[in-house]
Structures are given as C-alpha cells and as structure tokens.
Design a protein around this ligand. Structure first.
Ligand code: AP5
Length: 208
C-alpha cells in the first residue's frame, strides 16, 4: 500500500498497542507524536519545555509546534513510502498541513466509549526500556519487567477527562473530514486487544 496510514481515536483507545502489529504487516515506520513530544521533554529541549505544560494539563500542544515537528519527521528517508501516524493529526489545520506533505491512504479509527477509556488509561503501565505498553488488568506485564514499569504523568483521571474533552471538541470532527474523503475505516475498539488487532488486519488487507 502506498501512502501513509493514520491511526485515529481517543486517548487510550489502543493506538499504540496496535501500532506494532500494523508496522509488521505494512512495513511502515511508526510515527507517534506523543512519543516524539515525550522524548523532547526528557531531553529538556526548548520544544519539550514548551510542550510539557500542555501535556500535563491534558491539552493539545499548539498546531504551530506540532506541525513543524511532523513535517520535519516526514522528510526522513524512511518516510518516503509512507508512515503509520499515531496521534497525528488531531485538528483540521494539522490534517491540512499533512495533506501538503504526504498522501494519506487509510484512516483507521478505533472507537471506544469514554468510561472504558478512563479505566484503560488509569491502569496503563509503560516499560521505559522496550516501550512495551501494559495494563494492570487487561494486559498484565510479565513478572520479569514488573519492577521497572512506570506510569505516564498524564495518566491520571483528571487529566484523562481533559484529554477526552480535547478529543471530542478538537479531534473528533476530523473523523467526518476523512469520512467525506472515503478514507475512514471504523473499528470497534470495545473488544479484546487480539480481536481489535484482527479487525484492523482484516480492514487493511482489503486496502493492501
Ligand atoms: P499521546 O501520547 O498521543 O496520547 P493519547 O492520544 O492520549 O493516546 P495514548 O498514548 O494515551 O493512548 P493509545 O490510544 O496509544 O492507547 P494504548 O495503546 O497505550 O499524546 C499525549 C499528549 O501529547 C496529548 O495529550 C497532547 O498534549 C500531546 N500531543 C500528542 N500528539 C499531539 C498532536 N498531534 N497535537 C497536539 N498535541 C499532541 O492503550 C491504553 C491502555 O489500554 C493500555 O494500558 C493498554 O494495555 C490498554 N488496552 C489497549 N487496547 C485494549 C483493549 N482492546 N482492551 C483492553 N485494554 C486495552
């Protein structure tokens, strides 16, 4: 499949969890704006310092910052046949900017109810060494990694509620935008990790 794939959905829908499987299936590199921003925060860069306040509050980082970041990333050699975008675009201006530098071939929208989102995010644990994503109940970590797991600073109930508001107000309208272009494929995310993965695989196999 030529072009880029957008993984779309609310915070905690399971975008990161499914991304590994999709990169194996398609060979497209996984580009996560959340991971890029967290790396900038950890590095203490100017961009990271500016973004941190928005991320901690559960607000979207301003378009001017995020668009520059993604446009630069898409110029790398490994992006020439398209990438798997996780967490971008999140506003119409971001989508418009993307359309100027890349061709979007498919948008996979993982749909999950708000109540399930809160439960997923509050129970999420991350492995800083491998990037592995776990959940205390739904995807328990193996004992050998348990000791090193961390919880993201924005994975608390208050911040999740803010992230959900930002999603409904600023990001959800993009689904209609992409639907009108005939690019949106909706996946029921209120199912097990494997079931969601298989549904995505089936949807993509029609497009590959
Ligand atoms: P980002 O890192 O992109 O966070 P997000 O969109 O809020 O998404 P998450 O990473 O929280 O969730 P996910 O969908 O990947 O779910 P996961 O697979 O981990 O962004 C963070 C912040 O950066 C934003 O708030 C914003 O400030 C800023 N930002 C980033 N991009 C931006 C942009 N483009 N514009 C502006 N600002 C931007 O799964 C979650 C949990 O659920 C895990 O514990 C997992 O094990 C579990 N789980 C997954 N699937 C299932 C399932 N099917 N059943 C049960 N549990 C499941």
């Amino acid at each position: 499949m030529s072009g880029s794939i957008v993984l779309f959905g609310p915070p905690g829908a399971g975008k990161g969890t499914q991304a590994g499987r999709i990169t194996v299936l398609t060979g497209k590199p996984w580009v996560s704006t959340g991971d890029m921003l967290r790396a900038a925060v950890a590095a203490g860069s100017e961009l990271g310092t500016e973004a941190k306040g928005y991320m901690d509050a559960g607000l979207l980082v301003p378009d001017g910052i995020i668009i520059g970041l993604i446009v630069e990333r898409l110029q790398h050699d490994d992006a020439s046949s398209g990438v798997l975008l996780d967490g971008y675009p999140r506003t119409i201006p971001q989508a418009e900017a993307l359309s100027e530098v890349a061709v979007v071939s498919t948008v996979i929208s993982i749909e999950v109810s708000d109540d399930a989102i809160v439960e997923r995010i509050v129970g999420r644990r991350m492995d800083p060494e491998t990037g592995g994503i776990y959940h205390v109940s739904f995807n328990p970590p193996p004992p050998e990694v348990s000791g090193r797991l961390i919880q993201r600073e924005d994975d608390n109930e208050q911040t999740v509620r803010n992230r959900l508001s930002a999603y409904h107000e600023q990001t959800a309208p993009l689904a209609e935008w992409y639907a009108q272009m005939g690019l949106l494929i909706s996946i029921n995310g209120n199912a097990s990790i494997d079931e969601v993965g298989m549904a995505i695989e089936e949807a993509l196999s029609g497009a590959l």
